[in-house]
Design a protein around this ligand. Structure first.
Ligand SMILES: [Zn+2]
Length: 230
């Protein structure tokens, strides 16, 4: 059973998304909205949203990682599929084409991406929220993925700790990250204004939050880290 909690204080919410402390959330056009205000949107991914899953992500990934984007999503899905499943930073939700789940949740900060998710993949519950404070109760999910998202955060340990918190024990997760490896990584980090970290950094942070790495796949500067929560 997946239940929503208030992302500000983790208290359980009523059916109409009200927190006992007075925080109120809304269901807008089929999207559960846990952001109190519109985030500043200067993100290039937001501008390319309509083309993102069909052109931008596969092409960019093919060039920089020399492998197909869909093969990486398939890998992550086969490791982390579960009855109750969450994708963090889901964008238009492409991974749900490969994930086997009964209760499927996709979280993103962008309404534009979530509108595409709702239109194309109606079985997925669309949630607008912040990966640094997920609006789900502890141990809600059997599986979780976050594909090429956590390296965008100034402190990646925040979203990683949250993914661990909402996973059940024995739950599986897959994280795609940009790592400090090779020339292309430097170009991408300047383009996105990111601080690059080595793969070992993500593996050790995950361990700190009880996510034990079971396998890693490297594709150019990108790594797919598969974990199990102990
Ligand atoms: Zn609250």
């Amino acid at each position: 059973m997946v239940s929503f909690v208030c992302p500000l204080d983790r208290l359980p919410l009523s059916d109409d998304l009200r927190c006992p402390r007075g925080h109120i959330y809304r269901l807008i056009n089929g999207v559960y909205d846990f952001l109190q205000e519109e985030p500043k949107s200067n993100d290039i991914l937001e501008k390319v949203a309509p083309l993102y899953e069909d052109i931008w992500a596969p092409l960019g990934f093919l060039i920089t990682g020399r492998t197909s984007y869909s093969s990486v999503l398939k890998d992550a899905a086969s490791h982390s599929s579960g009855k109750e499943f969450l994708d963090v930073g889901t964008g238009p939700g492409k991974i749900f084409d490969y994930v086997k789940c009964e209760q499927c949740y996709g979280l993103d900060i962008s309404m534009r991406f979530l509108a595409i998710l709702k239109r194309k993949r109606s079985r997925v519950t669309a949630v607008r929220g912040d990966a640094m404070s997920l609006p789900f109760a502890d141990e809600s999910f059997d599986g979780a993925t976050s594909m090429f998202v956590v390296h965008m955060f100034p402190d990646p340990s925040k979203p990683i700790s949250e993914i661990s918190r909402v996973l059940k024990r024995g739950g599986r997760c897959s994280m795609g990250v940009l790592t400090k490896r090779g020339m292309i990584a430097n170009v991408l980090s300047r383009w996105w204004k990111l601080e690059l970290r080595p793969e070992t950094y993500y593996v050790s942070i995950s361990e700190r939050f009880n996510l034990k790495t079971t396998s890693v796949r490297q594709m150019g500067p990108w790594s797919l880290i598969n974990c199990v929560k102990s």
